[in-house]
Design a protein around this ligand. Structure first.
Ligand SMILES: [Zn+2]
Length: 199
C-alpha cells in the first residue's frame, strides 16, 4: 500500500498536487510522513531514513528528475552528506557535480519539518523551494542559490545564512525567523520579507 499523504505545492506559477510514492509503514503513512517520525527520532529510524532518502535522490538524479519532497519529516538532516553519495553514480557525468555538490534539478521541500537541517556548501543550480517549511535550526553556510529560492511562510528558530549567495530572487515573504545570521551573505536582488521577520 502506498502512503496516503498528499499536499499542494507551487512549481513556478503552477499549482501542483504532490502524492507520496513511498510504501506505507503504519497508519497509511510512509516513514517520512508518519506523524510519529516528526520530531527527534531514534538512531535506527534516522539511519533508515538517510539510507532511503539517498536511494530516492540517487534514482531521481539518474533520471534527471526534480527532487520533490513535500511534507517530509526530516528531523536530523544533512543534505550535503546525502547528496555527496547520491551524486556519485554509475552515471559519470555527475562526478563533477558530486565534487562541487551541485544540484541541477529543481528542489522542493515545501511543508517539510526539519529540526537540525544542514544545507551548507550545496549549489542549487535551479529553483529551490522551502515554502511553509519548519526549522529548529536551518544552516545554509556557503550555500549558493543560483536561481530563485522561496522561503515564504517558512519558520525558523534559528536561521544561519553565513556567506550564502542569493544569485536570483530570494523570497522570504511572511517567513518567521526568530534568530537569523546573514553575515557576509550576498544578494543579487533585494530579498522580500514580510512583517514577521525579526533579527
Ligand atoms: Zn509518504
Amino acid at each position: 500500500m502506498k502512503c496516503r499523504f498528499t499536499a499542494t505545492y507551487c512549481n513556478g506559477l503552477e499549482r501542483k498536487v504532490f502524492r507520496c510514492e513511498n510504501d506505507a509503514i503504519e497508519d497509511g503513512y510512509c516513514i517520512f510522513h508518519h506523524p510519529d517520525c516528526r520530531e527527534d527520532s531514534n538512531k535506527i529510524i534516522d539511519n533508515f531514513k538517510r539510507y532511503k532518502f539517498k536511494k530516492i535522490i540517487k534514482e531521481k538524479l539518474n533520471k534527471n528528475e526534480d527532487l520533490i519532497f513535500v511534507g517530509h519529516n526530516l528531523p536530523n538532516f544533512n543534505f550535503a552528506d546525502i547528496l555527496k553519495d547520491a551524486l556519485i553514480t554509475e552515471n559519470t557525468k555527475n562526478e563533477e557535480n558530486a565534487e562541487n555538490l551541485e544540484v541541477n534539478v529543481k528542489v522542493f521541500f515545501d511543508h517539510c519539518k526539519f529540526q537540525n537541517a544542514n544545507f551548507s556548501n550545496v549549489v542549487f543550480k535551479k529553483e529551490v523551494s522551502f515554502r511553509d517549511a519548519e526549522f529548529k535550526e536551518g544552516i545554509f553556510v556557503d550555500t549558493k542559490f543560483e536561481k530563485d529560492v522561496h522561503f515564504n511562510y517558512a519558520k525558523f528558530d534559528y536561521a544561519c545564512f553565513i556567506v550564502a549567495e542569493f544569485n536570483r530572487g530570494a523570497d522570504f515573504h511572511r517567513a518567521k525567523l526568530d534568530k537569523a545570521d546573514f553575515s557576509a551573505s550576498s544578494f543579487k536582488k533585494l530579498p522580500t520579507f514580510g512583517e514577521h521577520y525579526s533579527k
